[in-house]
Write a protein that binds this ligand. Structure first.
Ligand SMILES: Cc1cc2nc3c(=O)[nH]c(=O)nc-3n(C[C@H](O)[C@H](O)[C@H](O)COP(=O)(O)OP(=O)(O)OC[C@H]3O[C@@H](n4cnc5c(N)ncnc54)[C@H](O)[C@@H]3O)c2cc1C
Length: 436
C-alpha cells in the first residue's frame, strides 16, 4: 500500500516503523523542519546535548518506548539519573518523589490524614479498576476517600495547575493513571531527546520511509476509487498525491479542519474534546539556580508564582553537556486564550524574573545568557467524567483514514510512551484492513 502519515512525532514514526517493515510504501509529511514532534529539542553550537522544547523524561515503566529503543539497538544510550522533585510547604522545599519522602512530608501532620493519604495511595497503586474511577471527579473521589485536607494539600494543587478551569471536572481515572504508571526514576537519552528522534528518523529513512520535513498537509479528501487525496504545497503549486491509507497524528481540532468530509458525529466528537495548552520558557543561566540541587519544583497556583513548575534540567543532566550553561525551564499549562500565548518573550521574561529570586536570592538578571520560548495550544488533553465514551476510534468512518493522537491514549496521561503504543496499534489496524 501507499501510506501517508501526518506527523513525525513518536506516534507517526512508530507507526511508520511497523508499516515499512510490513513492506508498505510509507511517506511521512511533517510541518516542522525536524522530527520529534512535541518531544523535539534544540541545541546551541557550544552544547553537546540538545534541550527539549518542553521538559521531557521517561519513566522506568514506559515499556512501549523502552521496548522500541531496544528494538532499535539503542538501549545503552538510555540513562536514568536520580533527580530530586520537591514540593513547597510554608515557603520551604521538601523532597517529594518516593513513598518515604511522602511519609516524611510535614504538610499533613502525623495523624489520620497521613494514614488516609498512604492508604488511598496504596489502593490506587493496586487497583486496575479505572472504569469505576472515571465515573467520579478527582474532587468528589478524593474528597470522600482521602478527605478534604489531604486532597486540598496534596492533590488539588496538581489538578488545578494542570487543568485550570476544568480542575473540578477532571475524572479520577486520570489521577489513578499517573499514580499507577509513574516511577521516581526518570530516564533520558544520551545527547537529549532530539538525538534519539534523529536516530529514529535516520533508521526509518534507511528502511525506506520518505520523511518530508517542512511539508504541512493542507487537506485530506476521500476519492471515489477509495484512495485518499493528500494536498500539500510542496512545490508551491497545490500538490496532490493519492494514497491507499493515511494516518493522522495531529490534534483533534487540526484533524477536523483537514478532513471535513468525516461524518458529522465523528467531527463533533473531535471538536468536543477539551485540552490545555502549554507555555515553557527555557533559560540558559551562568550559575546554578537551586543550590540544593533540586530538579523539579512543584508550585501550587496559590503560592503566587507566575508559572506552575520550575525545572532545573542541569540538576538532572550535567551542565558540562551544555558548555557550562545551567538550564532552567519555567512552565505552565494554560487555556489557549490565556495572555501568555500573546505576550512577547521579553514581556513574559519580565513577569518571570522576580520569581527566580525566590529560588535563589543571589539570582540577578545578569545571570541570564539566553532564553527561548515554546508554546503549544495542544499540550494536555482534559479527561472529563466517563471520558472513555468520548474517545474517537483510531479507524475513522472514512475508508483508509486513521487517527492516533494524545487525546486517545486514555486512561493514560499523554506521553511519548503512549504515542509509541497508539502509533503501533494504528499500524496494526491499518495492516489488518488491507486489502480493502
Ligand atoms: C509541556 C509538556 C511536557 C511533556 N512531558 C513529557 C514527558 O516528560 N515525557 C513524555 O514521555 N511525554 C511528555 N509530554 C508528552 C509528549 O510530548 C507527547 O505525548 C508526544 O510527543 C506526542 O506524540 P505524537 O506523535 O502523538 O504527537 P506530536 O508529537 O504532537 O506529533 C505530531 C506531529 O504532527 C505535526 N503536524 C501537525 N499538523 C500537521 C500538518 N497539517 N501536516 C504535517 N504535519 C503536521 C506536528 O508538527 C508534530 O510534529 C509532554 C508534553 C508537553 C506539552
Amino acid at each position: 500500500m501507499r501510506i501517508a502519515i501526518l506527523g513525525a512525532g513518536y506516534g507517526g514514526m512508530a507507526a511508520a516503523f511497523d508499516l515499512v517493515r510490513a513492506r508498505h510504501q510509507v511517506t511521512i509529511f511533517e510541518a516542522a523542519g525536524h522530527v520529534g514532534g512535541l518531544a523535539a529539542g534544540f541545541k546551541e553550537p557550544h552544547w553537546d546535548w540538545s534541550v527539549e522544547n518542553y521538559y521531557h523524561h521517561w519513566f522506568a515503566s514506559d515499556k512501549h518506548m523502552l521496548g522500541l529503543i531496544d528494538e532499535l539497538g539503542l538501549s545503552e544510550k538510555v540513562l536514568f539519573p536520580r533527580p530530586y522533585t520537591v514540593l513547597l510547604h510554608k515557603d520551604k522545599w521538601y523532597p517529594f518523589d518516593s513513598i518515604l519522602n511522602a511519609i516524611l512530608f510535614p504538610g499533613l501532620g502525623w495523624g489520620l490524614n497521613k494514614a488516609r493519604f498512604g492508604l488511598v495511595g496504596l489502593y490506587l497503586r493496586l487497583t486496575n479498576n479505572w472504569k469505576v474511577l472515571e465515573k467520579y471527579t478527582v474532587d468528589e473521589w478524593m474528597g470522600r476517600w482521602a478527605g478534604k485536607t489531604v486532597y486540598e494539600k496534596m492533590w488539588q494543587p496538581l489538578v488545578i495547575g494542570k487543568f485550570g478551569p476544568y480542575a473540578n471536572q477532571v475524572n479520577m481515572a486520570w489521577l489513578w493513571a499517573r499514580l499507577k504508571a509513574r516511577t521516581t526514576r526518570l530516564g533520558t537519552f544520551e545527547g537529549g531527546f532530539q538525538a534519539f528522534a534523529d536516530a529514529f528518523g535516520e533508521k526509518l529513512r534507511t528502511l525506506g520511509v520518505e520523511i518530508k520535513l517542512n511539508t504541512p498537509i493542507q487537506a485530506i479528501q476521500p476519492q471515489v476509487d477509495h484512495t485518499l487525496k493528500i494536498q500539500t504545497d510542496e512545490t508551491g503549486q497545490n500538490d496532490e498525491t493519492k494514497f491507499d491509507q493515511c494516518l493522522v497524528t495531529s490534534s483533534p481540532r487540526q484533524f477536523a479542519d483537514l478532513a471535513p468530509d468525516l461524518p458529522k458525529d465523528y467531527l463533533k466528537g473531535l471538536l468536543e474534546l477539551k485540552s490545555m495548552g502549554a507555555v515553557v520558557m527555557t533559560l540558559a543561566l551562568k550559575h546554578k539556580l537551586s543550590e540544593a540541587g533540586h530538579y523539579w519544583h512543584n508550585l501550587p497556583k496559590n503560592a503566587g508564582y507566575p508559572f506552575l513548575a520550575l525545572v532545573e534540567h542541569t540538576n538532572y543532566v550535567s551542565p558540562e553537556h551544555f558548555g557550562g550553561d545551567h538550564i532552567v525551564y519555567c512552565g505552565d499549562y494554560l487555556e489557549s486564550d490565556h495572555e501568555y500565548f500573546e505576550l512577547s518573550e521579553a514581556e513574559l521574561l519580565e513577569r518571570f524574573i522576580p520569581a527566580l529570586k525566590r529560588f535563589n536570592p543571589k539570582f540577578e538578571r545578569g545571570w541570564i545568557r539566553k532564553t527561548w520560548l515554546h508554546r503549544t495550544k495542544y499540550g494536555q488533553p482534559v479527561p472529563l467524567v466517563n471520558h472513555s465514551q468520548n474517545i474517537p476510534s483510531i479507524q475513522t468512518p472514512i475508508n483508509g483514514l486513521y487517527f492516533a493522537s494524545m487525546s486517545q491514549v486514555y486512561p493514560w496521561d499523554r506521553g511519548t510512551n503512549y504515542a509509541v503504543e497508539i502509533g503501533r496499534e494504528a499500524a496494526r489496524l491499518m495492516g489488518k484492513d488491507y486489502p480493502k
